[in-house]
Design a protein around this ligand. Structure first.
Ligand code: SAH
Ligand code: SF4
Length: 344
């Protein structure tokens, strides 16, 4: 018998097609889909309204993806929870659950590791292992929900990995998670963060989803960006900004530019002015983040005074700017850090 299929990565229609071929009555599709997506079961035996012979067939043909809790850290400042999840093949990934005023938000991973090698990033330093399946992205949300007995309202694809480097699986995940027969989390409650894989930004724009696009910019010119983000050598700043303008125009959604402030590297007044020129006239806003210090890098956070001054320059030039509140600062809540500590 061929390899078992990943049942939780199938859309409702795909599952329905499979079930037709297996001659299951069509109402079984709704029942099984509900068990998988709304009830978060981890084995076919738990599907109580499904007859034993069908469960048997299912377990021979399919497997159910899970994310089991390997380790959990809770911030004593703000209750942010950081999970280290174990996947079926023993790989480890991270997710962070935050409680904002507007409900629970989870930051999920899209790959085990990352190929992009940004120098300030703990994930980038660990190399790449494999892509996550749509079901493994869903499982992170489901396990966090059942562990806390909550409903998660918002998702950010900002954990380990580069979502646009795992494009097809991420698109499928978006379809599944927003499906009304599934977790039913609307696209407007989802953000996707990218380091700037330009052709995929165009492709995403043309799909006209209602998600928020975050772009990790972190530098206003190629000289600086090349030093910290190798992806910039392939897709330089001008091309990236052009793609972002296309995205904002096509989707009419505001883009967020993430900008990690590194002391005396990208936080000068001149950088702020270059940034103004770069994004002028675009439907966007800039999110300034004090860079998280990762072991083995010697990047230091900008001085608070300079960070505020930088923000002021953007603001007086008409660029909307926010300074990110850092949650979970006592638990290495910057993705990639916990896994890196765990793997010798
Ligand atoms: N690969 C995607 C999404 C995952 S990284 C991307 O790069 O956008 C999520 C965010 O964390 C990105 O904005 C990334 O630039 C940022 N980040 C990574 N390491 C960081 C650090 N040490 N300090 C602050 N932000 C960091
Ligand atoms: Fe990958 Fe994003 Fe980290 Fe860069 S910042 S190495 S793209 S996860």
């Amino acid at each position: 018998m061929s390899e078992r299929k990943d049942i939780k990565s199938l859309t409702f229609d795909e599952l329905n097609n499979d079930f037709q071929i297996l001659h299951f009555p069509s109402y079984r599709t709704s029942q099984v889909f509900q068990w998988l997506h709304q009830k978060n079961i981890t084995s076919f035996e738990e599907m109580l309204n499904i007859p034993k012979n069908i469960r048997q067939t299912l377990s021979e043909r399919y497997y159910i993806a899970v994310a089991t809790i390997e380790k959990k850290q809770i911030s004593c400042y703000d209750g942010t929870v950081k999970y280290l999840f174990r996947l079926y093949d023993g790989e480890l990934i991270e997710s962070v659950l935050m409680n904002y005023h507007h409900g629970y938000t989870i930051c999920i991973s899209t790959q085990v590791g990352c190929k992009m090698g940004c120098t300030f990033c703990a994930t980038g330093k660990s190399g790449f292992s494999r892509n996550l399946t749509p079901s493994e992205m869903l499982s992170q949300i489901q396990t966090a929900q059942s562990d806390n007995n909550i409903r998660i309202a918002n998702i950010v694809l900002m954990g380990m990995g580069e979502p646009l480097d795992n494009f097809d699986n991420v698109m499928k995940f978006l379809e599944l998670v927003s499906c009304d027969k599934g977790l039913n989390i609307g696209m407007r409650h989802i953000s996707l963060s990218t380091c700037g894989i330009v052709p995929r930004i165009y492709e995403l724009a043309d799909r006209k989803l209602q998600i928020t696009l975050s772009v990790s910019l972190h530098a206003p010119n190629n000289t600086l960006r090349n030093q910290t983000m190798p992806v910039n050598r392939k897709y330089p700043v001008e091309q990236l900004i052009k793609a972002c303008r296309y995205y904002a125009k096509t989707t009419k959604r505001r883009i967020t530019f993430e900008y990690a402030m590194i002391d005396k590297f990208n936080d000068t007044d001149s950088c702020a002015l270059q940034l103004v020129q770069l994004v002028k006239g675009m439907l966007c806003h800039i999110n300034l983040i004090p860079v998280n210090t990762v072991t083995e890098t010697n990047y230091r956070q900008s001085q608070k005074k300079q960070l505020l001054h930088f923000a002021e320059i953007l603001e007086t030039n008409g660029i909307p700017v926010t300074v990110r509140r850092t949650l979970g600062s006592d638990i290495d809540a910057s993705c990639g850090q916990l896994r890196r500590k765990h793997i010798p």
